[in-house]
Design a protein around this ligand. Structure first.
Ligand code: NAP
Length: 481
């Protein structure tokens, strides 16, 4: 039988140690896999490849469609973009599945409560699209892009995943109370799709309360679906509930490619010391085996990991303290010796393949019955207070189809003067609306207004104020009527 080729990326820091452990165990379990080693991350940045992902890695992934990777280092607050995010986005791995469960043998404040939950995190949109612009020399902006298509894909994946694993509920966690259009789109899509899965209980929870509930009563959750950044944060939290990042695997799933890795990063302080816990990457390998249909081998490895953790003879430093923890290599060898044994205190689920949603690739995913432009927000840089800016813009709008409705500073109305005591910055949103409230502003009318504003003021961007199917396609400022 020909071997299944899998791309393996050792990664940075502790990555190679984790990957070596996972590969050794998968090979010892008798899996029919040929590993194609490729690179990404720090070593690649050093070669001067700004994406951190070289062409031969991309070629390999296009061919194999399955990747087991170690963590990649990303410079914090400066430098090139994350090679991890690049890999996820290049191959449209839109669903990030992050399971955690209690491990008998790993004592935590939650031991005995049977935590067994999964965060299903949207993986390619939201603030992590990484679209950032300096608006003025002192004000930065990041665009939070959420699409109906992206929401539909992640919501359906969460429900399909719940079904495949025989789980009972899916909670949708958002910040839709504040970000009504972006986070609200996930909530709305979830509520529209949930009735198609009557066998699974569903509810919405505000993300900050979800974080609180996860600490207080984590066993109430089964599957949580959420947006990219929320999911990134709460999945580190859920890892902490079961013993830490050393125990948290991940699958990045797309319709074409799947990438399996740990939740954790390259933990550089432990690199090369043979002390870290490789379980996250080993369990990511288990998820990978299930993805390629090797269910028996996956359960055999998962059982051996459980036996090793339960018996605690080779517990790593993160579990028992680095002064008395087993070496990574000893832990790995013990798991290999335990292949074929069944744990006494935990059980594998009856896993089935996940049916990923097949959703139209047409970029125009939503066709509204009606749309209208009600006006525009022109964002200006202005070094003084709101009054002189407002008076100047009132004057500029005279004789045009628009009137200045209000100016806001970081989201709060400051002109016409409100009650707010605002510490303003030099970034102002100037909202112009059509005088005729039933009209539809043309591009020419907006361009003419912009030309007039531009003659006097410095602007950095413009947003149309849309009405879609009779509903406003924009939110109000704090304090706006
Ligand atoms: P990190 O590498 O995940 O490490 C944070 C802490 O988690 C470690 O100091 C250690 O805690 C614990 N830890 C992580 N992995 C462990 C393991 N296998 N065994 C035992 N303990 C483990 O996070 P970071 O320090 O914030 O990030 C370092 C680099 O990794 C950054 O460049 C970041 O961008 C990158 N990163 C990459 C990925 C990825 O490739 N998917 C994900 C996250 C971060 P103690 O200090 O308490 O022992």
């Amino acid at each position: 039988m020909s071997k299944r080729v899998v791309t393996v990326i050792p990664g940075d820091g502790i990555g190679p140690e984790c990957i070596n452990a996972a590969v050794a165990i998968i090979n010892a379990a008798g899996c029919n896999i040929e590993w194609e080693e490729r690179h990404a991350g720090a070593s690649v940045f050093k070669q001067g490849i700004p994406s951190g992902v070289p062409a031969d890695t991309i070629e390999s992934i296009k061919k194999t469609r399955v990747v087991l990777k170690g963590p990649l280092e990303t410079p914090v607050g400066f430098g090139e973009k994350s090679a991890n995010v690049t890999l996820r986005k290049l191959f449209e791995t839109y669903a990030n599945i992050r399971p955690v469960r209690e491990y008998p043998g790993v004592t935590t404040p939650y031991s005995g409560r049977g935590i067994d939950l999964v965060v299903v995190r949207e993986n390619v949109e939201d603030l992590y699209a990484g679209i950032e612009h300096m608006q003025t020399p002192g004000v930065a902006q990041c665009l939070k892009l959420i699409s109906r298509k992206g929401c539909e894909k992640i919501v359906r994946t969460a429900f399909e995943f719940a079904r495949a694993e025989g789980r009972k509920s899916v909670a949708c966690a958002t910040k839709a109370n504040i970000m009504k259009l972006t986070e609200g789109l996930l909530k709305k899509t979830f509520e529209e799709i949930a009735p198609e899965y009557p066998d699974i209980e569903s509810w919405h929870v505000i993300i900050d309360n979800a974080a609180h509930q996860l600490v207080k009563k984590p066993e109430q959750y089964d599957v949580i679906v959420t947006t990219n950044m929320n999911g990134d944060i709460i999945s580190d939290l859920t890892s902490g509930l079961v013993g830490g990042l050393g125990f948290a695997p991940t699958a990045n799933l797309g319709n074409e490619v799947a990438i399996f890795e740990a939740v954790h990063g390259s933990a550089p302080k432990y690199a090369g010391k043979d002390v870290i816990n490789p379980t996250s990457v080993i369990l990511s390998g288990v998820m990978m085996l299930r993805h390629i249909g090797e269910f028996e081998a996956a359960t055999k490895i998962e059982d051996a990991v459980m036996v090793t953790i339960e018996e605690g003879k080779a517990a790593t430093g993160d579990v028992v303290g680095y002064d008395k923890g087993a070496k990574t290599s000893v832990y790995t060898k013990t798991i290999i010796e335990n292949l074929g044994r069944k744990p006494s205190k935990s059980q594998s689920r009856k896993y089935q393949a996940i049916k990923l949603p097949q959703i139209s690739s047409d970029p125009v995913f939503v066709r509204p019955e009606s749309r209208r432009v009600l006006g525009c927000d022109i964002f200006c840089e202005w070094p003084k207070g709101p009054e002189p800016l407002g008076q100047s813009l009132d004057k500029i709008a005279e004789g045009t189809p628009f009137r200045l409705k209000m100016i806001s500073n970081r989201g709060t109305k400051v002109y016409p003067a409100g009650e707010a005591l605002i510490d303003c910055v030099d970034h102002w949103r100037c909202r112009f609306v059509l005088r005729d409230e039933k009209a539809d502003a043309s591009a020419e009318q907006i361009l003419d207004l912009l030309t007039r504003v531009s003659a006097v003021h410095q602007w950095m961007h413009v947003e149309k104020l849309l009405e879609i199917n009779g509903e406003p396609g924009h939110t109000k400022a704090q304090g706006e009527d």
